[in-house]
Structures are given as structure tokens and as C-alpha cells.
Design a protein around this ligand. Structure first.
Ligand code: ZN
Length: 175
């Protein structure tokens, strides 16, 4: 089965504000399967629906599966939101939609996340560290934001330039 393509910066579709998901149907369940396949294949620890071109408030996260002896256990979050945030944490982030780049980003250290699952049950997850960072990063995608929006203007413009050169080189190669 072919994996769906992850949109990459500067694709404008990554900048849309996604709509709340009102109703889980077979199409959404299939989208969730596609999102998990892409997340585990890339590999990554989280993926938001807009990264596959779907402007829907839907996220999958699995921050532990890459650890030794861990099993794949994706958390599916429908309409996730951060309802409490506390403290500050600087973490080096990357993103499947921002190729070949990592940078330190400051975010809240402790968060309370609220979402529903695919069955419509409310989930409340209080967490910190990597999982808290991941939730904030993925929810940013739902609002059309990327982690490079949260770094200094100088670092961002260096990356934008590097990315432009990279895309120009790819176009040249493709002839
Ligand atoms: Zn991302």
C-alpha cells in the first residue's frame, strides 16, 4: 500500500486553520490509519491531519514507540486543545513538514490536554516534557503554525534561504 505524501514547507496548505471534526465516519477512520502508517514509516512521534492536506482538527501521537522494547500505541486526538499550561521548557524540535532542519523552541513544560477519541469519549491528559512539547507542536499545525514560526527571525530566514536553494536544486535535477 502506498503511503500518503507529507506536505512540506513552504506548501500553503500547511498554513490553513483546520476545522473542528464533528463526526467520525469510515473516511476519518481510514485517514487515521493513513496518518499512523506515515508517522511510523517516516519515522516520527506525531502527525497532524493538515500535514496530509486534510484541514481537520485531528492528530496522532506516539512519543514512546521508538524506545527499546516499546510497542506501537498511537494516541488519536480529535479536536485537541491545551486547557492549562505552566512553566517553560526549551526543546530541540524537528518536523516532517520542515525537511532537514531542527531548532530549539520554547514551550510550556506542563500541560493539560483535552480532546475526544474516535468513539467520542473525552480524554484529559496531564503531561510534561516530550509529550507536552509534542501536543503543543501538533496543535500548532491545526492552527496553521510551524515550529519555525517560534524561532528567531534570523534563524528562520536562514532556513527559508536553505530550503529555497534545496528546492531549486531539486527542480534542476528533475530537469
Ligand atoms: Zn510538525
Amino acid at each position: 500500500m502506498a503511503l500518503r505524501e507529507v506536505l512540506q514547507f513552504p506548501d500553503e496548505r500547511l498554513r490553513r486553520v483546520s476545522k473542528p471534526l464533528e463526526h467520525v465516519d469510515d473516511r476519518i477512520r481510514e485517514l487515521v490509519r493513513d496518518m499512523c502508517d506515515v508517522m511510523y514509516d517516516e519515522p516520527g512521534i506525531g502527525l497532524a491531519a493538515p500535514q496530509l492536506g486534510e484541514a481537520i482538527r485531528l492528530v496522532v501521537v506516539d512519543t514512546e514507540w521508538m524506545e527499546e522494547d516499546a510497542e506501537r500505541n498511537p494516541l488519536v486526538l480529535v479536536n485537541p486543545e491545551i486547557v492549562e499550561a505552566e512553566g517553560k521548557l526549551v526543546f530541540t524540535e524537528g518536523c516532517l513538514s520542515v525537511p532537514d532542519f531542527q531548532a530549539e523552541v520554547e514551550r510550556a513544560e506542563h500541560v493539560l490536554l483535552r480532546a475526544t477519541d474516535l468513539e467520542g469519549e473525552t480524554l484529559e491528559i496531564r503531561c510534561e516534557g516530550l509529550q507536552a512539547v509534542c501536543f503543543q507542536h501538533e496543535i500548532d499545525h491545526l492552527d496553521g503554525k510551524l515550529f519555525i514560526d517560534r524561532i528567531s527571525r534570523l534563524k528562520r530566514s536562514r532556513y527559508v534561504l536553505k530550503r529555497k536553494k534545496q528546492l531549486a536544486a531539486e527542480r534542476e535535477e528533475a530537469g
